[in-house]
Design a protein around this ligand. Structure first.
Ligand code: ADP
Ligand code: MG
Length: 279
């Protein structure tokens, strides 16, 4: 119960050895190892995501980003480690989390309508004996309107464009009225208008005090969209505010030869300038 480790953890996002995760962190992960076979997909990862912020998880293909998110959701077995959501073991905090899966992982041929997909987000709150009342259907409709999909409620999901599908899954997450939003590559394969619409919705969530954690593949928009960044390549490479953690050195360590040096330098340039300008 010493305050010092907590303040240090809050400052640079790292957890000190033996220090408890900050109790107010929307998502705090300690010593997480997940393995599908012999080789771990995520190895001994500590991560602390800040409240009232938008955080990006970045790293190369196969780095364990989706695995980290699924473990944060408590839906895949852990070899080791602990996941706390607002200070509570994730297994007891699931109803505070909304999740938007990687679009490629969803079966879009599944015969269901847009409004059904959004209402599915409500069943956990309803419980076994709950009924889909008029009020809940209206809530689902409101959430579709918030993502600009009000006119598509009765369309089959398989008949939507990639951007529209992503908006519907975001509406489903909104309907859950969660406190922590986990999104896996929400901007992958969507048009520019959808990307702007999703960013606005996420910023509104942040303004409402929610925490947003998104796996993000486009390094050129990290600075524009996010407050906090977590870099992973099976192991934790770095984490912290974008201004201090999104650096050339950390990108080199995360991507190695997979990003050209010139690319990395261009991406990190703004950060170097900002750090130089700081008092
Ligand atoms: P990322 O999202 O960063 O691209 P993933 O978390 O999807 O990475 O995958 C991390 C590693 O785990 C990869 O090597 C991937 O092939 C492997 N992996 C992911 N899901 C499974 C699975 N269901 N079964 C076996 N291996 C998997
Ligand atoms: Mg992935």
């Amino acid at each position: 119960m010493t305050p010092a480790p907590l303040s240090v953890a809050a400052q640079d996002g790292r957890l000190l050895d033996g220090g408890a995760p900050p109790p107010d962190s929307p998502l705090a992960i300690r010593g997480l190892t997940v393995s599908y076979g012999e080789k771990p997909a995520v190895f001994s990862v500590d991560a602390t995501f800040p409240a009232r912020a938008m955080s990006a998880i970045i790293g190369p293909n196969g780095a364990g980003k989706s695995t980290l998110l699924k473990a944060a959701l408590g839906v895949i077995p852990r070899v080791a480690g602990e996941v706390r959501v607002f200070g509570t073991p994730v297994e007891r905090a699931r109803d505070r989390i909304a999740y938007v899966p990687q679009r490629a992982s969803v079966d879009w041929d599944f015969p269901t309508t847009v409004i059904d997909v959004v209402q599915m987000g409500l069943y956990r709150k309803l419980g076994l004996l709950g009924r889909m009342t008029g009020a809940l259907t209206r809530r689902a409709q409101d959430c579709l309107a918030r993502v600009g999909m009000a006119d598509f409620a009765h369309r089959q999901i398989g008949q939507l464009s990639g951007g529209q599908q992503q908006r519907v899954f975001l509406a489903r997450a909104l309907a859950q009225e969660a406190d922590l939003y986990l999104l896996d590559e929400p901007f992958a394969g969507v048009d520019a208008a959808t990307e702007r619409a999703i960013v606005e919705v996420l910023k509104t969530l942040r303004a409402q005090g929610k925490a947003v954690v998104a796996v993000h593949h486009d390094l050129s928009t990290v600075r524009g969209y996010f407050d906090h960044v977590f870099l992973i390549n099976t192991r934790r490479i770095a984490e912290g505010p974008v201004a201090t953690a999104f650096t050339a050195a950390n990108l080199h360590a995360t991507y190695g030869g997979r990003l050209a040096v010139a690319q990395i330098d261009a991406l990190a340039l703004a950060g170097t300038a900002a750090a130089g300008a700081a008092p």
